[in-house]
Design a protein around this ligand. Sequence first.
Ligand SMILES: CC(=O)N[C@H]1[C@@H](OP(=O)(O)OP(=O)(O)OC[C@H]2O[C@@H](n3ccc(=O)[nH]c3=O)[C@H](O)[C@@H]2O)O[C@H](CO)[C@@H](O)[C@@H]1O[C@H](C)C(=O)N[C@@H](C)C(=O)N[C@H](CCC(=O)O)C(=O)O
Ligand SMILES: Nc1ncnc2c1ncn2[C@@H]1O[C@H](COP(=O)(O)OP(=O)(O)OP(=O)(O)O)[C@@H](O)[C@H]1O
Length: 515
Amino acid sequence: MTGSPPTALRPQHPAPRSLRSLAEQFGLEVRGELADLEATGVVLSSNTVRPGDLYVGVPGRNAHGAQYTAAARDAGAVAVLTDAAGAEIAAGAGLPVLVADDARATLGQVAAWIHRTAENPATMFAVTGTNGKTSVVYLLYGILRQLGVTAGLTSTAERRIGDEAVTSSLTTPEASELHALLARMREVDVRAVGIEVSAQALSRHRVDGLVFDVAGFTNLTHDHLDDYPSMQVYYEAKRDLFEPERSRRAVVTVDSEWGARLAAEAGVPVTTLTTRPEIEADWRITVLDEQPAHTAFLLEGPGGRRLETRVPLLGWYMAANAALAIVMLVDAGYALEGIAAALERDGGIDAYIPGRAERISGERGPIVYIDYGHSPDAFLQTLDAIRRTTTGRLIMVFGADGDRDTTKRADMGAIAARGADVVVITDFHPRWEDPAAIRTALIDGARAAVPDREIHEIADPRAAFRAALALAGDGDAILYAGPGHEDYHEVKGVKIPYSARDDARSALREAGWPA
Ligand SMILES: CC(=O)N[C@H]1[C@@H](OP(=O)(O)OP(=O)(O)OC[C@H]2O[C@@H](n3ccc(=O)[nH]c3=O)[C@H](O)[C@@H]2O)O[C@H](CO)[C@@H](O)[C@@H]1O[C@H](C)C(=O)N[C@@H](C)C(=O)N[C@H](CCC(=O)O)C(=O)O
Ligand SMILES: Nc1ncnc2c1ncn2[C@@H]1O[C@H](COP(=O)(O)OP(=O)(O)OP(=O)(O)O)[C@@H](O)[C@H]1O
């Protein structure tokens, strides 16, 4: 990994594609002269144009992308693809214009064509659900490596090819970035790819132009109700992944009613998986042992197939995530016996998931977990998992996103107050909102649920974590939920450097504990 990673991974030896053929292939209206022009890439932002790229200008919340055609031209774009309104805007910029009815809806197929995604031999795995997507993608990646398979992934945290990684901005990249990433993976002979697919990605055409070999579903709980008017509409956005246009087959966790509905309504063959003894499913997970540093489980499937292993992470749900990854591999054609042998050889699953219940404390002192959970169910599950493996007190530090689903704040406060002995409420990406008002919403939720819970309100996250640490001793646990792998705080449009993991390590050392 380099010190200053590039923002996107692209093929280093792209094969040029004729723009005239592209226009014919996709029935695009051409304004201007294409002559023998060729494109070697396709991008959605003028800021990422490289010479030879096709720039795609789509309407956004703030601007029409066609407004940046001149900037794209100056950076070396050979043409612009946009809609009718964009074509008017781009007219004076001196680039040939390709016109589509809906440029964003065309982008996926165009990017797939330019990067020849259909010829990519890698097995493609998609993972969706409210919580657990990143975890499953890293677990797939880890197990594939244990099997000796060259693997890649894209997640909320990173885009990763072997040991090369860049930091992600979106959970699921825009289609232009995704197909370029897959082309780069093909150049280095990646044979299997795990792709985290958000509901927003499905709604916004980011995974168009790709048919996944196996799609996996974790769960569906309250989140993103700023983007979707109801849980039903949020569910429908996810369900779209489980249609033949997007996937060949699916593995669905049926612990929840949403999962059971999905298994019944999916348009592709479904294999089911559960952790609950009372639910019927093809595969069943039984948790055998829960420890702060690992969870052991038994996976049993059709025809008496079994696999007993452990995942180096806290919580029953990590066993569920690991089992989902294993069943997805089996459905893609990897032999369960081969997986079992590789895991046994290595003493269990070998995976590192940045900032997911990541233990950053040493052998002595309070156990400190930094987690990315920022939804009510994620809080519930992580608190429960820590409670089950901790003898001492449980102190939780958290805040809530500004300018995101405000309806979940009261629940987040309530769940924290019920699950933790002490709650420390702090700031977390206030963005353009008043941070004090966000804290108040969380505190009100907490007080309504448990009026006498010990609650501290400390705006500065560094001070909040140190206050939590001052209250903790050997045998106690601190859950700092929200920041996970992130290395910034977003305040009024500015990303201020802040790594909860680094800061918590420093705080532990300042307090005389190993970290
Ligand atoms: C609401 C939404 O989806 N917004 C996305 C959208 O931004 P926007 O509509 O504000 O874009 P805009 O600023 O109006 O610009 C319009 C166009 O001009 C282009 N432009 C703009 C400026 C410039 O100098 N040059 C240029 O080319 C932009 O790239 C864009 O294509 O297009 C941008 C470029 O692709 C995205 O980065 C941006 O995602 C934002 C950051 C976002 O937060 N999206 C969220 C909703 C999201 O997708 N989240 C899920 C979360 C998953 C989870 O938690 O599970 C995800 O998958 O990440
Ligand atoms: N299977 C699961 N069921 C419930 N909660 C889970 C599960 N897996 C993970 N979590 C919780 O959700 C948090 C986020 O996990 P993860 O990053 O894997 O989910 P995600 O779906 O990728 O989230 P995001 O889309 O926000 O990146 C974890 O730290 C944990 O608290």
